[in-house]
Design a protein around this ligand. Structure first.
Ligand code: 8YV
Length: 314
């Protein structure tokens, strides 16, 4: 029996490529899009390639879309649902790693670690000076978590361990969770006004696109830091660049940007008050292994017409 054909954006990690190839024939993304002689039965999204109705119309044989990751904002779910194609993702396994990353960014930014590392390696560092590079305290500060979902809750737990006051904003209150997490629900504007660290952990959707723009940044304290471990387009990049350049907020620490990556000459990349990572939220050996296991299993189940381990609901 010939192996089913699946298209994947790449380059795929060698291990994933090898594991998939045991079961399916992998067709490069562009080749599949250009129209191939043989029908494609599945789509494996490894990065964040757009999947929409136009693509699916060119690949009418697709019966499963499996995403390596939890966020599926690059897949137009309405188009997929209209064609009754299941979409699999990998929720849960990356919550801890992503929350660790939020805290890595928070601490690094507060204590100016990246700036300090650059200086400590530079020829300029010849004399210790107790007056340089003073940061901001993390303990006793207020963290405002926008989105107390699975990842947001893990961030809240870490924040409590650092003796922070935790406030959050969600589409709906979670009274059942507040007490255990020692986190207090407040309005969005109030959160922006009182938080020393505003952390974004909401999925990208029409409701969250551009959630942080000029008006929202203007509400933040001049000593506050914005941390984004969610998706770049939740923040308006031009407004953030302006606020940071004019020092209207203290700093930003970003695991994601819009666009991603930023153009190499983007003004945001020149600012000392920005700490930036190349989308490393879930990038640990252990988490990526679990993401691979689940996404491969979802793909194979979908090809066989079986229920997925995790299926995204539109
Ligand atoms: C993944 C992510 O690494 O799961 C997500 O939504 O953003 C990342 O942690 C990414 O999707 C894989 O490309």
């Amino acid at each position: 029996m010939p192996k089913p054909r699946v298209t994947a954006d790449g380059p795929l990690a060698a291990e994933i490529n090898a594991r998939l190839s045991e079961h399916v024939e992998i067709l490069p993304w562009q080749v599949a899009l250009d129209g191939s002689a043989e029908p494609v039965a599945g789509i494996y999204t490894y990065g964040h390639p757009r999947v929409d109705g136009g693509m699916l119309d060119r690949l009418p044989g697709v019966r499963i879309i499996s995403n390596y990751g939890v966020g599926v904002d690059h897949i137009v779910l309405a188009d997929v649902a209209a064609r009754k194609i299941p979409v699999g993702n990998t929720p849960g396994v990356l919550d801890g790693a992503t929350a660790d990353m939020a805290f890595t960014l928070l601490l690094a930014s507060a204590r100016r670690l990246v700036e300090g590392d650059r200086y400590a390696r530079s020829p300029g560092f010849t004399v210790y000076d107790p007056g340089y590079m003073l940061g901001r305290e993390v303990h006793d500060a207020t963290i405002g978590i926008v989105g107390l979902g699975r990842i947001g809750r893990q961030i809240a737990r870490r924040a409590r361990a650092f003796d922070m006051t935790v406030v959050y904003h969600n589409r709906r209150t979670r009274p059942e969770g507040d007490a255990a997490l020692e986190a207090r629900y407040i309005g969005f504007e109030e959160l922006l006004k009182i938080s020393d660290y505003v952390v974004l952990s909401v999925p990208l959707s029409p409701a969250t696109r551009g959630l942080i723009g000029r008006d929202q940044l203007a509400l933040m304290k001049p000593t506050a830091t914005l941390i984004n471990v969610a998706r770049g387009p939740i923040v308006n990049t031009a407004s953030l660049t302006e606020a940071l350049t004019e020092r209207r907020i203290l700093a930003a620490a970003l695991d994601v940007t819009d666009p991603e990556p930023l153009p190499r000459n983007h003004p945001l990349l020149k600012l000392d008050n920005v700490t930036i990572a190349p989308h490393l939220g879930s990038a640990t050996v252990q988490t990526r292994q679990q993401m691979a296991d689940i996404s491969i299993e979802n793909l194979l189940r979908g090809l066989r017409g079986e229920p997925l381990l995790f299926e995204v609901r539109a």
